[in-house]
Ligand binder design. Structure first.
Ligand code: SME
Length: 155
């Protein structure tokens, strides 16, 4: 996928998020559009912060055993706590990693936040090692901001 295609994808997802009737629909459409557009996005999901746990919301891919992740656990917990994107090139070399699928090689977790408040995060796994880079951050961080705007509506 070229950078122009990615820019078009970001525009399409931004439109879907804006037009969605509610935040849940915005999250579902985001997950589906990302999974369908980018072949190496093997598993795409959104976790929402509930107290001091991350609760799995919409996802596309094989069901994960990790439907509730305490903030102190996993790469997911680390990203929400650090309030920063985390990219792991080799999940099996990262002691924080909570396995979802034996096939997963790399992961990116992008917090969904606004004004320093974390609402949740976008979590993407790839069966390819070192799959995620600057182009993925440049796609996913703006999408996370748009989702944060919808989630902060509270509806
Ligand atoms: N790998 C994540 C757990 C979620 S599953 O990948 C869907 C983590 O280490 O936090």
């Amino acid at each position: 996928m070229t950078d122009t295609d990615r820019s078009d994808l970001l525009t399409a997802i931004g439109s879907a998020i804006a037009a969605a009737p509610n935040p849940d629909s915005a999250m579902k459409q985001t997950v589906r559009l990302l999974k369908d557009a980018i072949p190496y996005y093997t598993w795409v999901g959104i976790y929402l912060l509930d107290g001091d746990e991350l609760v799995l919301g919409p996802f596309a891919g094989t069901p994960s055993p990790h439907t509730r992740i305490p903030l102190g656990n996993g790469i997911c917990g680390a990203a929400a706590t650090a309030k920063a994107t985390i990219v792991v090139d080799d999940v099996n070399a990262d002691p924080r990693y909570l396995a979802c699928s034996i096939e997963t090689k790399s992961e990116i977790v992008v917090p969904i936040m606004e004004d320093g408040e974390v609402f949740g995060e976008i979590d993407i796994d790839s069966d390819r090692a070192g799959a995620f880079g600057q182009r993925d951050r440049a796609l996913l961080e703006p999408i996370a901001s748009l989702l944060a705007e919808r989630l902060s509506e509270g509806g």
